[in-house]
Ligand binder design. Structure first.
Ligand code: GAL
Length: 678
């Protein structure tokens, strides 16, 4: 190389400048590709997103950019590049996984210059060659080919520019909002009693009943209930209702709470029938913080933290153990070594979980519920033992231990569906297999486990986790599922959260009490899959995340280390008027009603005839609106308007002649409730 390349840090954060003195080849990896935004993992230079040598269809590349859909990298060329070339495709590290399907797109000054078409794992690298003369801003994008971004490890192999002399290239990600320090909108709960949480609760006849009345206010507090049906009793000190109901029926109960400062009451409907989870489950799951490093001790501490933080008083209930409570097939970690099953075939937890029943008792003793995780295949996604051919035994075991929730992942079942033997040691922990194309194959393992769970004399919420394959929202309820993931895994980036959250309309009409679409767990607080860090979402992105998930009637599963709560994160998770939107008894899921430029407006109908409306701004600059498009939101006449985050009434609006002034923060939201004025 006979040219000089000087790298200097630019003023823009993390942007690097490359100066080129003469006509020259400039490799993409000479720019700072770390500024790219992407849907999973970290952008990598000369490596795949998984940290391996770049390899597409068996061919390796010394240079390049390893990323993950959806991915965006801008390069300011200032008109100084002649051409761009690369060999693109899915990285071989995903092991032929058909779930991996991506599309590479090259955009110059807002105009599409080249598109790869959909590429799958194992496909040969596709060559891209683009003329850039005159182009100032180049954008390299990788889309998820409209099927979610599971396993979308994407490589721009040997990506390079030909330039015409001394020029400055700057790589940057999407335009991002100016950082804003955390600001708390949720007003503190009053010291007088207030009963929060859902207005309705489902239970099956004969199943053990456990419901803790979520109430804020100074302790001690005394609880009582009017018209509690036979079979149930209330502990006046703790507010826990336990027992069992013999027969089907609906019971309208008045819950009461009293402390030295005052009293509160609330009407509460207990529905004894076949449906459970009549409102979306709320709780915590170990995956997004502890991942493979979960232990019984950490789970107990999480349960303690849920109580100590006061979140239990806002309706948060489940403490769910994700993968890695079972023994592992080949881990180096000795705490995961041991028998998978006993002589009779019952599952044996790993040494970090010496007493599953004791753990469940501990969690129940706090008035909370407990969940766990398995897979229909021989192995879980993390490589621990799964339920294959032991489904009935596992369902029985979970019930005997006293578990209340099962997350059932797909994982190695894809290989079984494709006819591989469970004993074949080469089967990968994860493969989609025929689950994607053959609906009967997709349904089968869930129908099986759904039936066994339903046979237990215990209500076990069945949460399907197969990323939306075969449009699970159309059949998840028919296999006794209460919720189902609609997407691949979330991560704590704006790209990931917004790509998932704003693409739920297809499944939305299928949500109803007892049947919830699950866009994956929450990513606020200290998250990090085994090594935690503060969420990378900005303050307003976090308001967007919680508001959107509540509008979507999503199961709300906190994914952070709850021993590390800060005041801001707690305020996001304890706004009762916001949570009430998620828990609304009508069980409708919001859909996008208005889509203009960067603005998305979501509407959710509520049980009291009101409407929750989320005004979202996907852009990097604040948006000012004088809003008057009330008809598409189904709003007529004079409407009361309430700001739910601030818990404040705004001026009424006349939907015929009036308008609503809105300033929506960048990547932020205003969440309002509208109710027709009488
Ligand atoms: C994934 C699942 C994650 C987590 C993980 C455990 O497939 O989507 O939420 O459960 O498996 O290995």
């Amino acid at each position: 190389m006979n040219s000089r390349i000087a790298l200097a840090a630019g003023l823009a954060l993390a942007a690097l400048t490359t100066e080129i003195a003469t006509a020259e080849t400039v490799w993409l990896d000479q720019l700072d590709v770390r500024t790219a935004s992407q849907g999973w993992g970290e952008p990598q230079k000369n490596k795949s997103v998984g940290g391996n040598a770049l390899s597409i269809g068996g061919k390796t590349f010394e240079h390049g950019f390893g990323t993950h859909a959806e991915s965006i990298l801008h390069i300011n060329l200032g008109g100084g590049a002649q051409s761009f070339a690369a060999s693109v495709g899915v990285d071989d590290e995903v092991g032929g996984n058909r779930a991996a399907s991506v599309e590479f797109i090259v955009v110059g000054d807002g105009r599409e210059l080249w598109k790869s078409g959909v590429l799958h794992a194992g496909d040969a690298a596709k060559d891209c060659a683009v003329n850039l003369s005159g182009v100032k801003l180049l954008t390299l994008k990788v889309g998820d080919a409209d099927d979610g971004n599971s396993y979308d490890h994407a490589d721009w192999g040997d990506a390079k520019f030909e330039t015409d002399g001394a020029k400055t290239f700057v790589a940057s990600g999407e335009e991002m909002p100016e950082p804003v320090a955390p600001y708390i909108l949720t007003p503190p709960a009053p010291a007088t009693p207030r009963i929060n949480g859902a207005d309705v609760f489902g239970v099956r006849p004969g199943s053990p009943f456990l419901f803790t009345i979520p109430a804020t206010g100074e302790r001690p507090m005394k609880f009582s209930a009017k018209n509690l049906p036979d079979g149930l009793k209330l502990d006046a000190k703790t507010g826990r209702i336990t027992g069992a109901l013999k027969k089907q029926g609906e019971f309208v109960v008045t819950l009461r709470a009293k402390n030295i400062l005052g009293k509160a009451e609330k009407s509460f409907r207990i529905v004894c029938g076949d449906q459970i989870a009549l409102t979306p489950p709320m709780g915590w799951n170990s995956w997004n913080c502890f991942a493979h490093a979960v232990s019984a001790d950490r789970v107990k501490r999480a349960a303690d933290a849920l109580v100590k933080s006061g979140l239990v008083n806002h309706g948060w209930t489940y403490i769910n153990i994700d993968d890695f409570w079972e023994n592992h097939r080949d881990s180096n970690d000795p705490t995961l070594h041991g028998d998978f099953r006993d002589a009779k075939g019952f599952v044996v937890p790993n040494s970090r979980f010496p007493d599953m029943k004791g753990l469940a008792d501990y969690v129940h003793g706090l008035g909370l519920k407990i969940g766990l995780y398995s897979s229909p295949g021989p192995w879980t996604c993390g490589g621990c033992t799964g339920s294959f051919q032991h489904e009935a035994q596992d369902a029985q075991t979970y019930a005997q231990w006293g578990f209340d929730y099962l997350k059932y992942d797909w994982c190695s079942y894809g290989s079984i569906a494709d006819g591989k033997q469970a004993t074949d040691s080469s089967i990968p922990s994860w493969s989609e297999g025929k689950g994607k194309s053959d609906i009967e194959v997709a349904i089968y393992p869930y129908r099986l486990m759904g039936k066994f769970l339903h046979e237990q004399k215990r209500d076990i919420v069945f949460s399907l986790c197969q990323y939306g394959m075969s449009d699970v929202w159309n059949w998840g309820g028919s296999v006794n599922g209460q919720s189902w993931r609609t997407t691949g895994d979330i991560t704590d980036t704006w790209r990931s959260m917004s790509d998932i959250g704003f693409k739920q309309d297809k499944a939305a009409p299928l949500a109803k009490p007892g049947n919830w679409n699950d866009p994956d767990m929450l990513i606020v607080g200290e998250v990090g899959w085994g090594k935690t860090h503060p969420t990378r979402l900005t303050t307003d992105e976090q308001y967007t995340h919680i508001s959107l998930w509540c509008l979507l009637s999503a199961p709300l599963l906190i994914g952070c280390d709850m021993e590390k709560f800060d005041d801001f994160t707690l305020s996001l998770l304890s706004n009762d008027e916001v949570l009430a939107i998620d828990q609304d008894a009508l069980g409708k899921e919001a859909m996008c009603a208005i889509n203009h430029d960067t603005v998305r407006i979501y509407k959710k109908d509520l049980a009291d005839g009101g409407h929750a409306i989320g005004f979202f701004n996907l852009g990097a600059q604040p948006v000012d609106l004088s809003f008057n498009e009330f008809a598409p939101l189904g709003l007529a006449g004079r409407q009361h308007v309430r700001d739910l985050w601030r818990q404040k009434n705004l001026a009424d609006v006349d939907t015929l002649a009036g308008s609503l002034p809105l300033t929506i923060p960048a990547h932020g939201v205003l969440l309002y409730k509208f109710k027709a004025a009488k």
